[in-house]
Design a protein around this ligand. Structure first.
Ligand code: ADP
Ligand code: MG
Length: 474
């Protein structure tokens, strides 16, 4: 019976299929077309150079075994690679299967220039012989400008380690996750910048998941999907920001999955950010999620007060501005959940002060926060109240929250509770809990006591009035 390329290849396929998972089989073997059989050389057509490389790098043993099984020990494989070029119609080159990286074969270098002209890639700097990628990194988002605190210590040091030896740590991928405005994008850039600094030869690319998706959709429209994925497979360090954007976008996840695999297999570093933990990424395919878990997931938490103050200080120091410490403190106390908002408040405050030629004071800060800062507790915070009361009586916060029964401290504590009740929407239980683990009855008692003392004790009434002035708007 006459052997045809189809028959031989089909036999190979059934052997291959038994030996790899379905996904890989469909991705890497179904697109292959047998086209010629001469002596014991089977020629197959593959869709791209990258495809060929991938097969040679990952499946050569399997393919070899299959070919030898069908064609005997003389059996050989020849690839016919379809190449795209915008001048000519797709053309092909034949390359024997040698299990060598294509880079070692100078006759078959990847025609990247041709690819890039077709796939209008916004990241590629045009006009250069060698393809140069603009990393899209923002130099302001450096490690130097990234304040370390307990809220970000793990993520920061993992990022720093990755920057020292990209793909050389077990943090691959490195997934940084955390709520809005907590520094994910900043940290991702910082890692990229550091890598460029320490390893200038490495190609780093930062892209938001959204932009990636847009480009991908565009590439489908222009029929340049392969070029799109080749481009991404070319980089040494890929940073994708806000991967939650891929949720429920199956096709994008699909291509990202392949790019991810390629990069990971080739020992390239992947850095991802997400606004939620991997477990909460609904609409994300399991196979992607499981890959995210290969490396390290590190979260960014809400910064504590010291970190918030340090961030503001750094910011005004960098900008060469002088603001009273108490104003910074006020901002840091008032905005606790989001660093972007904290910075926004500082900027609005500076703008307000210069526009209206006003002094940057706590009063102005208060006014500005009230008017401009959205999604923040407009009310003064319990922390701030405690701080003001402590400053007033010259006590430490720890003393205030302690179990001491000394009269002056008890009074200060009661005042802090009283103002917390007056000025915030917090429950009695919450106020108690935040004031050294007291229960709601204690807070209720404190409020009653303060009201009584205001009526009976002149000194005490004065305390209350003076403190009130510090809290109420001018
Ligand atoms: P996310 O991407 O998590 O929403 P960003 O990285 O955009 O947050 O951070 C918001 C703002 O806060 C940026 O201006 C960033 O520079 C600043 N920021 C965040 N974390 C820090 C930090 N640890 N030190 C200094 N600035 C920070
Ligand atoms: Mg971001």
């Amino acid at each position: 019976m006459q052997l045809t390329p189809e028959k031989v290849w089909n036999e190979c396929l059934s052997f291959i299929k038994d030996n790899i998972n379905e996904q890989s089989y469909e991705t890497w073997f179904l697109p292959i077309k047998p086209i010629k059989l001469k002596k014991s050389i089977l020629t197959v057509e593959v869709p791209s150079k990258f495809f060929y490389e991938w097969l040679e790098e990952n499946y050569i043993d399997l393919i070899k075994t299959a070919i030898k099984k069908e064609l005997g020990s003389d059996g050989k494989l020849l690839y016919n690679i379809i190449l795209n070029s915008d001048q000519k119609a797709p053309y092909s080159v034949e390359i024997p299967s040698v299990n060598q990286k294509i880079k070692s074969n100078p006759n078959h270098s990847i025609p990247i220039q041709a690819l890039d002209r077709k796939f209008k890639n916004p990241f590629v700097i045009p006009g250069l012989k060698k393809v140069q990628i603009n990393s899209q990194l923002n130099i302001n988002y450096s490690f130097d400008n990234f304040i370390e605190g307990s809220c970000n210590r793990l993520a920061r040091s993992a990022g720093f380690a990755v920057a020292q030896t990209p793909a050389g740590t077990s943090f691959n991928p490195l997934l940084i996750y955390g709520g809005v405005g907590l520094g994910k994008t900043h940290l991702a850039h910082a890692i990229g910048i550091k890598i460029k600094e320490l390893h200038p030869e490495k190609t780093v690319l930062y892209v938001s998941a959204e932009k990636f998706t847009q480009q991908f959709i565009e590439s489908i429209r222009n029929n340049t999907r392969n070029d799109f994925s080749h481009f991404y497979q070319m980089v040494d360090v890929l940073i994708i920001d806000d991967v939650q954007f891929f949720s429920s976008k199956e096709k994008t996840q699909d291509i990202f999955f392949h790019i991810f695999n390629h990069l990971h297999q080739n020992n390239k570093q992947i850095i991802l950010t997400s606004d939620r933990a991997p477990v909460d990424l609904s609409g994300m395919e399991q196979r992607l999620l499981s890959r995210f878990k290969w490396g390290l997931s590190a979260d960014l938490q809400q910064p504590d007060l010291e970190t918030r103050i340090a961030i503001l200080k750094k910011k005004i120091y960098t900008d060469g501005i002088d603001i009273a410490h108490e104003v910074l403190e006020y901002l840091a106390y008032s905005i606790s959940t989001n660093i972007r908002e904290l910075e926004g408040a500082l900027i609005s405050l500076l703008a307000q002060a210069s526009l209206n030629k006003k002094e940057i004071s706590i009063a102005l800060a208060r006014e500005m926060i009230d008017r401009f800062v959205k999604n923040t507790t407009r009310e003064v915070s319990i922390d701030y109240i405690q701080k003001v009361v402590c400053d007033y009586f010259d006590l430490s916060i720890d003393t205030l929250k302690s179990k001491t029964r000394k009269r002056n401290i008890v009074q200060a504590r009661q005042l802090a509770m009283y103002f917390s009740k007056q000025l915030t929407k917090s429950s009695l239980a919450n106020i108690g809990a935040r004031c050294g683990g007291k229960d709601h009855a204690t807070v209720l008692h404190a409020c009653k006591t303060v009201n009584n003392l205001v009526d009976t004790d002149k000194d005490f009434r004065q305390y209350v009035q003076e403190l009130e002035k510090k809290f109420t708007l001018p």
